[in-house]
Design a protein around this ligand. Sequence first.
Ligand SMILES: NC(=O)c1ccc[n+]([C@@H]2O[C@H](COP(=O)([O-])OP(=O)(O)OC[C@H]3O[C@@H](n4cnc5c(N)ncnc54)[C@H](O)[C@@H]3O)[C@@H](O)[C@H]2O)c1
Ligand SMILES: [Zn+2]
Length: 376
Amino acid sequence: MIKPAPISIETQRLTVSLAERTYPILIGQGLLANAALLTPYLPQPRVMLVTNETLWPLFGQTLATTLTNASVNVTPIILPDGEVYKDGTTLNKIYDALLEQSSDRKTTLLALGGGVIGDITGFAAATYQRGVPFIQIPTTLLAQVDSSVGGKTAINHQRGKNMIGAFYQPQLVLADTDALKTLPDREYRSGLAEVIKYGLILDRPFFSWLETNMDRLLQRDAAALTHAVHRSCELKAAVVAADERETAKEGGRALLNLGHTFGHAIETALGYGTWLHGEAVACGMVLAAQFSQQLGDLSTADVEQARQLIHDAGLPTALPIEHAKISADILLQHMGRDKKNEAGTIKLILLKSIGEAYVNASIEAEQIHAFLASRQ
Ligand SMILES: NC(=O)c1ccc[n+]([C@@H]2O[C@H](COP(=O)([O-])OP(=O)(O)OC[C@H]3O[C@@H](n4cnc5c(N)ncnc54)[C@H](O)[C@@H]3O)[C@@H](O)[C@H]2O)c1
Ligand SMILES: [Zn+2]
């Protein structure tokens, strides 16, 4: 067997280039124990540490002590854990705490947690006193490779996910791969779906690296993780730098949605939380690959390779057929088309090959319906 090449385990640094909003991402082991990585980014030695009840005892307390020992004044804001709390009520609790503490425009908000904490803290930072500095310290794989990079912040509204939000960039992203050791297995694998996504849409060599190193990643090997997080962030940062606000006519940030149109339909149809986001996206990416093949764009070999890697990551590669909620009709409805209104087109991110994605905005709803029905 060919031994994988050794990978540097040193801290990796990369830059998200956005004119005056440019900021660094640091990736590596043990970063949370090193206050000196954070302090240069604080306008004043004062932070509000926003986290949740799960993460406070795991990492929050230690981080607070580390910063206090470095003469930083730390006030924790500990929120309940869960997507349901990414809402206006919780946001108000953050504002209340900031006001109670007379937090000013030089106080930095630290977001310690997964995408939920990152999104709500980022939105609080974007809006409190018209914008205060914030730093992302992502603790899930999804947050390290996706939500902490790119400046999208939001809360949910009863009528829709991420409906209230802002583009707002952090001063720094600090991704400590050690933090991922305590992540539940399903959450971890769900994050791997987004990592695989970058290989599929942009980078065949990275996809091949993932094929070779999936076992190491599943063991959460630090060197393999550092490489996977670094390359994923690098790819996302490049896409974001070219299309910060998702306005590009061709490709741009939209390509990051590979598997997401199918994925969101699956997530919604099953009921949020039945499948995790990454699980639904994993299945969505296989569907997008199969649909690309049906259109004659993608080779059978590439579809099989994509499916195999997603399978090897322990992620679902097919619709849960036993589930009555997943009919082609219902999925199509959740993709923005109902049965009565099958005329019209749907926009999908599809593949020409592994490593090359494109936007197809002119797919007939009927064609997708027939395709989905054939998967069941
Ligand atoms: N802003 C963006 O660009 C963007 C992109 C993708 C997703 N998102 C958002 O991200 C959210 C999902 O993020 P997520 O998948 O990180 O979920 P999450 O933040 O809910 O975290 C998942 C669970 O893992 C726990 N957890 C986090 N880190 C842990 C650790 N190191 N050890 C043990 N437990 C840990 C959390 O407390 C939570 O219970 C969604 O709200 C989604 O809308 C935003
Ligand atoms: Zn996603």
